[in-house]
Design a protein around this ligand. Structure first.
Ligand code: PLZ
Length: 451
């Protein structure tokens, strides 16, 4: 079937299903997967990918699905974005690895310079590179402890920081992340998060509550770091009430504790600014980045005040692969694309397309308690129409309907009742609207009003 749809990297930017989802080839591969891959590794959709570009993922059966997940907020510049591919190809041909701790290369330095330039604050900064978000969060905590010579780490309700031992302990939700995997690291203290749709508190009220608990239960002089996602991601795209984050920063500064923003999911233009910290003008002492930084290659960064980052003894930070040259090349391609195409602004545009339509679906269906998020990080919280309690069953059913109709959506939330959208920032309005049409029919079919 011919159409006028835009083509990116040979991939027509159009939803097009030629088989059921999953199709026969994916079903065959799924059988091999079950026999070969640990069942502990989950998958949102039982399909296998052949190609992906722009806002479309093509599976092995030839189905073209709309990507509203970006591989969990990673391919913000689009899958196989041209500048990422070009730089990665050149770098792979030049050299694939030396280990930056053995013989150094410019790409690593260039990525650190970019991080120091782009992250909030004009103070002197230093960065260090790692492979994953979790590894970077762990290193941020190591650095904060070395700098302060204190131990306590403050985290928040609904937080997600990773799956390593320390970051599991920092993560709030037990299932699936922590169940049966303890014991967890000590000296982690969980404080209440501002959650406007649930607690009804202003930002300063919620902060006062958290601060009073920190003072009573930990003691300001014992706190090494306060670690927080400016918007809780896996926890359900919870945007804290205005004033909450600035009050925590002020408290951290007074307590001489390190304020660490985990911007692994929110960073790199996702929320309509380079970093979500900027929406309230906060300047974190340390900022952790990953995901969107490198267009799909594994790379993560810790960036912070020079005096904090340089407080660690020489050789105290590192790892075999951290800041691998190919991942650095990908990051430089991804950052250049974001700057050239002004993708932060594009994220705001995505919000202006999505939020009115999701609000319309909320009015029609009566089962959406909250439409929230910033930029291209938008979610709806789904509740039972009558009891207004979280409805995880309906949320899963809606996600499955979207998958079967060719739209890749993700769920989230401590109560499993959040449907979240993280489209690539380069997605076309056409694709976005097609995806919203299908989301709308999912609600119309599975939560018909008037019942
Ligand atoms: N901090 C804020 O969102 C990763 C996890 C998916 P890694 N989020 C997706 C899953 O189920 O494993 C994340 C995050 C925030 C840290 C991390 C961890 O990043 O690169 O997955 O280690």
């Amino acid at each position: 079937m011919e159409s006028s749809a835009v083509v990116v990297n040979d991939v027509r930017q159009e939803l097009h299903l030629v088989t059921q989802v999953p199709g026969p080839k994916s079903v065959e591969l799924q059988k091999r997967r079950v026999d070969a891959v640990s069942s502990g590794v989950g998958a949102t959709l039982p399909i296998f990918v052949q190609k992906a570009a722009g806002g479309i993922v093509v599976d092995v059966d030839g189905n073209s699905l709309i990507d509203m997940g970006s591989g969990i907020a990673v391919t913000s510049v689009g899958n196989s974005a041209s500048e990422v591919v070009d730089r990665v190809t050149k770098q792979a041909q030049a050299f694939t690895h030396t280990c930056f701790m053995v013989t150094q290369y410019e790409g690593y330095v260039e990525v650190c310079e970019a991080l120091n330039r782009l992250t909030p604050g004009t103070h002197a900064k230093r960065s260090a590179l790692f492979n994953t978000g979790a590894e970077a969060v762990e290193n941020a905590v190591k650095i904060a402890r070395a700098y302060t010579r204190r131990q306590a780490v403050v985290v928040f309700e609904h937080a997600y920081h990773g799956r390593t031992n320390l970051t599991m302990g920092m993560t709030a939700k037990v299932m699936p992340y922590k169940h049966s995997f303890g014991p967890f690291a000590p000296e982690i203290y969980r404080m209440p998060l501002s959650y406007p749709a649930h607690d009804g508190l202003t930002g300063s009220e919620a902060a006062a509550h958290a601060i009073s608990r920190m003072e009573k239960e930990i003691g300001s002089e014992n706190i090494a770091a306060i670690v927080i996602e400016p918007i809780a991601g896996e926890g359900g795209f919870i945007v804290p009430a205005v004033g909450f984050l600035p009050a925590l920063v002020a408290f951290a500064t007074a307590a001489k504790a390190v304020f660490i923003a985990d911007e692994v999911q929110t960073g790199f233009c996702r929320t309509g600014n380079w970093f979500a910290s900027e929406h309230e003008g906060i300047v974190p002492d340390v900022i952790v980045t990953a995901k969107g930084i490198a267009g799909g290659l594994p790379l993560a960064g810790v960036t912070g005040r020079a005096e904090i980052m340089d407080a660690v003894h020489a050789g105290g930070l590192g790892g075999t692969y951290g800041g691998n040259p190919i991942a650095c090349a990908a990051a430089l391609g991804s950052i250049a694309t974001m700057e050239r195409e002004n993708l932060a602004e594009k994220a705001i545009h995505i919000e202006t397309v999505m939020v009115p339509r999701l609000s319309e679906i909320a009015d029609e269906s009566g089962v959406i308690a909250d439409v929230r998020g910033r930029g291209a990080m938008i979610a709806v919280e789904i509740v039972d129409r009558v009891s207004r309690k979280p409805d995880a069953t309906l949320t899963t059913a809606i996600a499955k309907y979207c998958h079967a109709h060719g739209v890749i959506v993700l769920t989230a939330g401590t109560y499993g009742n959040v449907l979240r959208f993280l489209p690539p920032l380069i997605i076309s309005d056409d694709l976005l609207n097609q995806a919203l049409d299908i989301i709308q029919s999912a609600f119309a079919e599975l939560a018909p009003s008037g019942n």
